[in-house]
Design a protein around this ligand. Structure first.
Ligand code: CMC
Length: 391
């Protein structure tokens, strides 16, 4: 018998852990708004950095504020040379999400004197450092996995341009940026910037609620995002599409196996805890997939399989009854692949997208006087009392 237990809520389906003014979702109607602005308008008109500012500070920046923010981020892109050696200690086969999380945790060791979560100047500086350095770490994780030399950032380039060059440029020749790619990646990053109390954001808040610094909290958030039920789904979708193509099984048979829950197989990139209608992000990503592949002159049969799979599922009772629709991860992988990213980098791209949201929530939590250390209860089901045998 336990006292004081209010409710048992596996997966926090019915429990709000905080108040928040950052992101509004209406899952029934498929609505997503950042600080009140519809995601469709932001994806069409804004940029990753402008939305990052909006999420963190609550308002759109003035042109001067945005220029200053952009400039500060450009001036913090360099990694300490010693941190670059960290990558050589890891196997080239390491998953880039593990590399990213570990390197972000390691980053904190260089800034122990300036990462006090309760010092507003430290929080500002850490915010800039993370936004500037995490994409560089991500690109180095990619370069490491393909055995290429790391490039130094080129701070004459914008955020997305710099990131693409760090990933796809090399020492031997100049890198020419494709504007289709830049615009498409910027838009995808905007779509991922926040999604209220999802598992990784809740992790960032929970770790932050202990008084841990922002680097540690973000490092934990990256690990939470890596799972296939969360951000790792974008990688899993592409693997699923490739398996359907390679096995010759056909979409219909695959969907039947999903419905029979054979070996726990799921339709990856489908379903959502909150959306019981089409995920508004997925709608934008689907349109982008067509435009980007056409713009890059790529005809990928995996996109055709994805569309066939979606059509099959949307017309099927199993998916209709459970209100399962494509989520943001369903079509993103096809675009990332067309851009030239290996499958194992997909969730890393999600992490860079989500970073401003994580930071915004961590900051909101630290400013909220009602914040307490996160500490869920449990319902104990073990033996009440036993005694160590006399021997
Ligand atoms: N394929 C087949 N059946 C599914 C799927 C799916 N993708 N998703 C849910 N179901 C079924 C589930 O088996 C259950 O059926 P039943 O009532 O017969 O037991 C029913 O639908 C309700 O599902 P649930 O698991 O209780 O739903 P949840 O809210 O706990 O889980 C989810 C949400 C996203 C984890 C789940 O839909 C899922 O595993 N989807 C596939 C992975 C995925 O695409 N994840 C990305 C989520 S969006 C971006 C992000 O957060 O990173």
């Amino acid at each position: 018998r336990q006292t004081g237990l209010t409710a048992l809520d596996y997966g926090f389906v019915n429990t709000a852990s905080t108040r928040s003014a950052i992101t509004y979702i209406d899952g029934e109607q498929g609505i997503l708004r950042y600080r009140g602005f519809p995601i469709e308008e932001l994806a069409e008109n804004s940029t990753y950095l402008e939305v990052a500012w909006l999420l963190m500070y609550g308002e759109l920046p003035t042109p001067d504020q945005l220029a200053e923010f952009d400039d500060k981020i450009r001036r913090h892109t360099l990694l300490h040379e010693d941190l670059k050696r960290f990558f050589s200690a890891l196997p080239h086969t390491a998953h880039p999400m593990s590399v990213l999380s570990s390197a972000v945790a390691a980053l904190s060791t260089y800034y122990e004197d300036s990462s006090d979560p309760h010092d507003p100047d430290h929080v500002e500086l850490t915010t800039i450092r993370l936004l500037a350095k995490m994409p560089v770490i991500a690109a180095y994780a990619h370069k490491k996995s393909i055995g290429q030399a790391f490039l130094y950032p080129d701070n004459s380039l914008g955020f997305v341009e710099n990131f693409l060059r760090l990933n796809f440029g090399n020492m031997a020749e100049p890198y020419s940026l494709d504007p289709t790619l830049v615009q498409a990646l910027d838009r995808l990053l905007i779509l991922h910037e926040d999604h209220e109390q999802n598992a990784s954001t809740s992790t960032v808040r929970l770790v932050g609620s202990t008084g841990a610094n922002l680097y540690s909290s973000i490092s934990a958030g990256i690990q939470a995002l890596s799972g296939p039920l969360h951000g790792g789904a974008n990688e899993a979708v592409l693997q699923m599409l490739a398996r359907i193509r390679d096995s010759g099984e056909g979409v219909g048979k695959f969907v039947e196996r999903v419905k029979r829950k054979e070996d726990g197989v799921k339709l990856m990139g489908f379903g959502h805890r909150v959306y019981k209608n089409y995920d508004p992000r997925a709608k934008i990503v689907k349109e982008s997939a067509d435009a980007v592949l056409e713009g890059l002159g790529i005809n990928d049969p995996l996109l055709d399989i994805a569309k066939e799979l979606e059509q099959f599922a949307l017309e099927d009772d199993y998916f209709q009854q459970r209100r399962l629709y494509p989520n943001v991860d369903f079509y993103t992988g096809v675009i990332y692949k067309a851009m030239g990213f290996p499958t194992r980098m997909f969730t890393v791209l999600f992490a860079i997208g989500r970073l401003p949201g994580w930071i915004a929530h961590w900051r909101e939590m630290n400013l909220d006087p009602q914040t307490k250390i996160g500490r869920p209860q449990q319902l104990y089901t073990g033996s009440l009392e036993r005694h160590y045998p006399a021997r």
